[in-house]
Design a protein around this ligand. Sequence first.
Ligand SMILES: NC(=O)c1ccc[n+]([C@@H]2O[C@H](COP(=O)([O-])OP(=O)(O)OC[C@H]3O[C@@H](n4cnc5c(N)ncnc54)[C@H](O)[C@@H]3O)[C@@H](O)[C@H]2O)c1
Length: 258
Amino acid sequence: MAAMESRSQRFAQRAAIVTGAGQGIGRAIALRLAREGAAVVVADLNAAQARSTAAAIEAEGLQARDVVVDVTDAADVKSMVASAVQFYGGVDVLVNNAGVLRSTAVAGISPEEWDLVLNVNLKGAFLCAQAVLEPMIARNGGRIVNMASMAGRATSTLGGAHYTAAKAGVLGLSRHLAREWAPHKINVNAVCPGIVDTPMVRESIDEERMTRVLAAIPFSRLADPDEIASLVCFLASDEAAYITGASVDIHGGEMIIQ
Ligand SMILES: NC(=O)c1ccc[n+]([C@@H]2O[C@H](COP(=O)([O-])OP(=O)(O)OC[C@H]3O[C@@H](n4cnc5c(N)ncnc54)[C@H](O)[C@@H]3O)[C@@H](O)[C@H]2O)c1
């Protein structure tokens, strides 16, 4: 019981920013961090969704503030981090979760669509990490968890080449940040989910395709967003103090049979 209690308070006195926290995986991460004691900044492009996640956290008597941000916009990102410092006095954890998926085949990808997918998934993670560097140094360390994908380790099941390239980029960015910022005691890791049951997936897959997708997963089911949140929170916690520069797969066995 004592162990469970201390585990449930892994983020007491800590401030966390979760991008793309308005729905899906980000919402599950924000809720989980708050339940384990964190004061959370729920950051999303969609104001109503961000408010909805923050309201769900507040309804449990926990701490959350919603912030509207476009992670591709450097000024927006700086203002998001400034808000976190203003609300909570600093930043201890950043989860770079915001992402967009596009499934267009290579021949049809416009330069604009390429830029959107690379900007949200990769440049956004870079801008947010860059913006929390000083606040994390001021706290004598921090934790950054970047949402990559199995797409970045192999090729995307649902997304196009731009999505695969962006997520591979997230893995490279994570390794580089881990190395460069280790002297600041900032751990940087990436997670690589398989297919997770979120609006992003439900919007890009029909029933017939879902049957084929499930047949390729040894566990015969999609991941639940809470299962990804569980891994992210572990990497953001003191239990993972000696882990940095890692990418952790979580895919129900899908990758072992590819
Ligand atoms: N669902 C999956 O199967 C899966 C698998 C591997 C990786 N991922 C990654 O996990 C992350 C979350 O995915 P999800 O399935 O929960 O997606 P989702 O589409 O359900 O949610 C993504 C959230 O990001 C927000 N967002 C989009 N663009 C933004 C921007 N420019 N600035 C700020 N916020 C923005 C959206 O408003 C939305 O709330 C993404 O990075 C995704 O690529 C998802």
